[in-house]
Design a protein around this ligand. Structure first.
Ligand code: PLP
Length: 441
């Protein structure tokens, strides 16, 4: 497809794109130049329905006036304030607003700039928390197979995606992994599977193997997003909570995707009614517009650090951009937009329609599983023999040509539209995907 050279640079070589097939992309670039509401505009002037909320982050859709104005106003008023030993009001205001919608028992907010940084922060907090309480032997971290916790060293260590780990050397020690929660017998389950809570019992085995006194924290996505929407079976998260509590181990929910309404509640912790000790967030916190993340903690975690002389720094950790004024203003406007438009409730209301639309794809060629929860869904395809990922990637390219944006991970198609989606958009998204699946080799 010809690109409009007025808006797209013709030398694409310098930018080394993240998590992208660079050589394929640069031969046939897919460029967005504008966005509004549910739609992107491509460089060649086509409208593409956003079936993925950008990268699971634009929960209020695109170019939302309140957010645009807040950023413009803040940039003109206070562009930056030092993050260490100085403050500015909006960072405090946003923290209070996050706590207002967080599960009861979560009381503090530590700012980061991304999901990956939230994960590193939470892992460090877990280890330092135990040390502050005189349990310095608790340094081991437990993650889960097929878990995604960003791309920094801590995150890939506890993460369970082989390709994200295997190229990156020897710093991934001191961790262990739970089995993932995807059981073949649960294929085509609508929502949370009934069967599989027993998978949490493996944590007892891991604890017995290493000794509880060596383990700082367990980190899981309450619902695994990036590896293809893997639901927690009923009772599973409750078990993880009970076992971690019994052994004095912190439980961290990585809510980078599930936070801010994706499942129909502010956080998955509320949706599943399980309270972790810490939650990692990013993405929807600022509607994806300005980079920002946050780790949310209980008072117990926070208070363990609040000791020693008052003039001393309690935690030797933080980022130049922690609580950046423009990000904070963007976060406040985002949370106001969610609230004013009732978007979390809207996600819950639309979830049954979304579920039925997704599961209508059952029986189409290559479809071996469909999974859903809230406004998130996955369609798993049978891989082409000897060419894993190719079939789903072809579906992605075809859908893009036909005007809808989906995401693929392996041979799984994942969708997570903005929470402002209308039923007719759901019909367009699923209808287009269905047509593409029928035509795929
Ligand atoms: N944790 C989870 C559960 C995620 O889904 C992601 C990104 O998709 C991350 C962490 C990393 O976030 P970021 O890309 O902002 O570093």
């Amino acid at each position: 497809m010809a690109l409009d050279r007025n808006v797209v640079p013709n030398d694409l070589n310098a930018f080394w794109m993240p998590f992208t097939a660079n050589r394929q992309f640069k031969k046939a670039p897919r460029m967005f130049v504008a966005a509004e509401g549910m739609f992107y505009t491509t460089a060649d002037g086509r409208q593409v329905l956003d079936g993925t909320a950008g990268l699971w982050c634009c929960n209020a859709g695109h170019k939302r006036p309140r957010i645009v104005e807040a950023i413009q106003k803040q940039a003109a008023e206070l562009d930056y304030a030092p993050a260490f030993q100085m403050g500015h009001p909006k960072a405090f205001e946003l923290a209070n607003r996050i706590i207002d919608i967080a599960p009861k028992g979560i009381e503090h907010v530590f700012y980061t700039n991304s999901g990956s940084e939230s994960v590193e922060t939470a892992l460090k907090l877990a280890i330092a928390y135990h040390r502050a309480r005189g349990e310095g032997t608790r340094t081991r971290l437990i993650g889960r197979e097929r878990g995604y916790h960003g791309v920094n060293f801590g995150g890939i260590s506890v993460g369970g995606i082989v390709n994200n780990r295997k190229f990156f050397g020897t710093m991934l020690a001191g961790v262990d992994h739970l089995p993932h929660t995807h059981l073949p017998e649960n294929a085509f389950t609508k929502g949370q599977p009934e069967h599989g809570a027993h998978l949490a019992d493996d944590l007892e085995r891991i604890i017995a193997l290493h000794g509880p006194e060596t383990i700082a924290a367990v980190i899981v996505e309450p619902m695994a997003g990036s590896t293809g929407v893997l639901l927690p079976p009923k009772g599973y998260l409750e078990k993880l909570r009970a076992i971690t509590k019994k052994h004095g181990i912190l439980l961290i929910f990585d809510e980078v995707i599930t936070g801010f309404g994706r499942l129909g509640s502010a956080f998955a912790a509320q949706h599943y009614d399980v309270l972790p000790d810490m939650m990692t967030t990013a993405k929807g916190l600022t509607n994806g517009v300005i980079p920002m993340g946050a780790v949310l903690t209980t008072a117990e975690v926070h208070d363990a650090f609040m000791q020693g002389p008052e003039h001393m720094i309690e935690l030797f950790h933080g980022y130049t951009y922690s609580g950046n004024p423009i990000a904070a203003a963007c976060g406040i406007a985002t949370l106001e937009t969610y609230k004013e438009e009732g978007l979390f409730e809207r996600a819950a209301e639309l979830a049954p329609y979304w579920q039925e639309a997704l599961h209508s794809l059952k029986g189409l060629p290559h479809v071996i599983d469909i999974r859903n929860e809230g406004l998130i869904g996955a369609v798993e395809l049978e891989p082409i023999a000897g060419e894993p990922t190719k079939r789903a990637f072809s579906a992605f390219l075809e859908c893009y040509e036909k005007g809808v944006l989906i995401r693929t991970t392996g041979d799984i198609i994942a969708m997570s539209p903005p929470l402002i989606i209308e039923k007719e958009h759901i019909d367009q998204l699923i209808g287009t995907l269905g047509d593409v699946l029928k035509s795929l080799a």
